[in-house]
Design a protein around this ligand. Structure first.
Ligand code: DON
Length: 304
């Protein structure tokens, strides 16, 4: 498979889509990103990496952090995690409050904001300071030492974080937040603010492609079965109320973030990252979806 040629072709194919979609504007620090940027990177289990576009430009990982935080917690707790958070698609936007009251403060899944806040609360209980453990995890899994929180984004999000604060306090009223809500929110906002490039994100996802064992750090991050579980939740919940569309068009476990990044995994083969900041109406990178659709259609690679 000539991945490099294919990626370069995809980079040409997506040019007409520049100008469509909108960058996330609910956090001022994200609203000023130039939308006319694109990158895609593939990291294979046999140690190769192929990239095109601005694959070394860092962007805000936002909800992509939820995959790694979930891995940190699931790897330690195993199935007992599921008493605090569900694993069913929500069919609602990522920041929705709607289901929580009917479902006794138990969020539908770990990738909507409510679920990620519960996972962050658990991570703080398990690790003390989850945001620092997450940053260290990503440093190890990308093989780069200079990763950092983007403090401007973290503070901007804190100042505009009323909805996340509402979700967290509401869950606390049901007893589903153990630590002080302000600490959990601080950990969550900082985790979302970490910046990675596409090349780094593709490498960071390799443990999910390799049944939990990272070829980068050499660490067994998840058991084989847990790696399957995280990939399954990415497929069904990783792109929110567009998970059906992603499964249909891309056919891979994917996780998106409002910074315009998407991580996609082909178990047993490779991890790939795509980034373009303009989002579609469901909060996923518009060009990212186009690029992933083309990749799986042309290669015939998908989990189906
Ligand atoms: O909670 C928020 O609003 C953001 N920090 C993360 C949202 C996000 O990336 C949702 N993804 N598509």
């Amino acid at each position: 498979m000539d991945y490099q040629t294919l990626l370069d072709e995809i980079a040409q194919d997506i040019v007409p889509y520049f100008g469509l979609g909108k960058v996330a504007n609910y956090i001022p620090a994200l609203a000023k990103i130039n939308p006319q940027q694109f990158a895609i990177s593939i990291a294979t289990l046999d140690g190769q990496q192929y990239s095109t576009g601005q694959a070394d430009t860092r962007f805000s990982i936002q909800s992509l952090s939820k995959v790694f935080m979930l891995s940190l917690v699931l790897g330690r707790l195993g199935d007992s995690l599921w008493t605090r958070v569900g694993k069913e698609p929500s069919g609602n936007p990522f920041n929705s409050l709607i289901q929580l009251e009917n479902e006794n403060g138990i969020p539908r899944n770990p990738f909507i904001n409510a679920g990620a806040l519960v996972v962050t609360d658990l991570a703080n209980s398990l690790y003390g300071e989850a945001k620092a453990v997450l940053l260290d995890f990503l440093r190890q899994e990308t093989g780069t030492t200079d990763l950092a929180f983007d403090l401007e984004v973290a503070h901007s999000e804190q100042q505009h974080g009323d909805r996340n604060a509402a979700l967290a306090h509401f869950m606390k009223s049901y007893g589903n937040m153990v630590n002080p809500v302000d600490h959990t929110l601080d950990s969550y906002f900082h985790s979302c603010s970490i910046t990675l490039s596409c090349a780094e994100l593709a490498r960071a996802g390799l443990y999910l492609a390799n049944h939990g064992l990272s070829p980068i750090s050499g660490q067994q991050r998840l058991s084989r079965s847990q790696a399957k579980q995280v990939n399954a939740i990415m497929l069904t919940c990783g792109t929110y109320d567009a998970a059906g569309e992603f499964a249909y068009r891309v056919g891979l476990p994917c996780k998106s973030g409002v910074g315009g990044g998407i991580l996609a995994v082909i178990p047993g083969k490779l991890s790939m990252a795509v980034w373009s900041p303009a989002l579609d109406s469901q909060g996923n990178s518009l060009i990212g979806l186009e690029a992933l659709d083309r990749f799986t259609t042309r290669t015939g690679l998908s989990i189906f």
